[in-house]
Design a binder for this molecule. Structure first.
Ligand code: ADP
Ligand code: MG
Length: 254
């Protein structure tokens, strides 16, 4: 694999130069981090599952007209994507109170919100990804008002579609994080969905038991982390043929 130039190594993925200009290869690692990388671990097989889950969700979203960076899956851990100029904002959508919203505002986890709420966080590890308002985003030029219109519109459509898709397989979409980027084609620019959508950046609860099926199992040491990711893939109809060979079995290493 030495033939490829590494562009960036993040907490969960590595980006390599792609085969054609304007493309990248996104490699999904098993590394897991939480609380701005203060907690680190390995979730065995996570990379394989997230590669498949994100592929599946991006393809379904593309079918309903959401533009995405996804081109095609290359192998168990890699996918070909279009290189975009990432908008340095994490867009969070919440349907049910959980995590930092519950802590900050004192709303019990599991409370259904009066309507879906969008929050923005400035992507900056050194600053701990602080929450920001749309005012900061447009004033500091991280995104233009037109970019933000597109981002809000796309985010709400993504939320509507994914909420229904997950409900159909017995999963509540409590909240999730997405990233967007600018895709240039000649003189034209489009905002497209980038990064990944997986149990690393969604809160997914079983509709019957309320059991958590996402990275909170790792964050909160709830155990059965690999199994939860596998169960999400299974319900989406992605497993079996996925990755069983590449997944060495359920052991969690710190
Ligand atoms: P991080 O630790 O910064 O979150 P990740 O491990 O998630 O990094 O690696 C993915 C990185 O690649 C992220 O910084 C993300 O913003 C960026 N990225 C995702 N999709 C694209 C794309 N299509 N083009 C360029 N950069 C991307
Ligand atoms: Mg990331």
């Amino acid at each position: 694999m030495a033939r490829r130039r590494q562009i960036y190594e993040g907490k969960a993925k590595i980006l390599f130069e792609g085969p054609e200009p304007g493309t990248l290869v996104q490699y999904f690692k098993d590394d897991a981090t939480a609380f701005n990388a203060q907690k680190k671990g390995i979730i065995t097989g996570k990379g394989v599952l997230n590669n498949r889950i994100s592929e599946f969700l991006m393809l379904r979203l593309a079918e309903v007209g959401i533009p995405t960076h996804f081109v095609r899956r290359l192998n168990m851990r890699e996918q070909l994507i279009r290189e975009v100029e990432i908008v340095p904002i994490e867009v969070v959508v919440r349907n049910i109170a959980a995590g930092s919203m519950s802590t900050r505002l004192g709303i019990a986890e599991g409370t259904r919100l009066p309507r879906s709420i969008i929050e923005y966080y400035y992507k900056n590890d050194a600053l701990n990804d602080p929450m920001v308002a749309e005012e900061h985003i447009t004033a500091f030029g991280w995104a233009s008002p037109q970019d933000m219109d597109d981002i809000v519109h796309l985010t709400l459509r993504i939320n509507d579609f994914l909420t229904g898709l997950f409900l159909g397989v017995g999963i509540m979409l409590v909240d999730f994080k997405v990233e967007f980027g600018r895709l240039w084609e000649n003189e034209d620019m489009r905002i497209v969905l980038a990064d990944e959508i997986s149990p690393d950046n969604c809160r997914l609860w079983d509709t019957k038991t309320n059991e958590k099926m996402d990275k909170d199992r790792f964050r909160r040491d709830l155990g059965r982390v690999e199994e939860a990711y596998q169960e999400v893939a299974k319900r989406l109809g992605i497993l079996p043929e996925a990755g069983v060979r590449d997944m060495k079995g359920p052991e969690l290493m710190q």
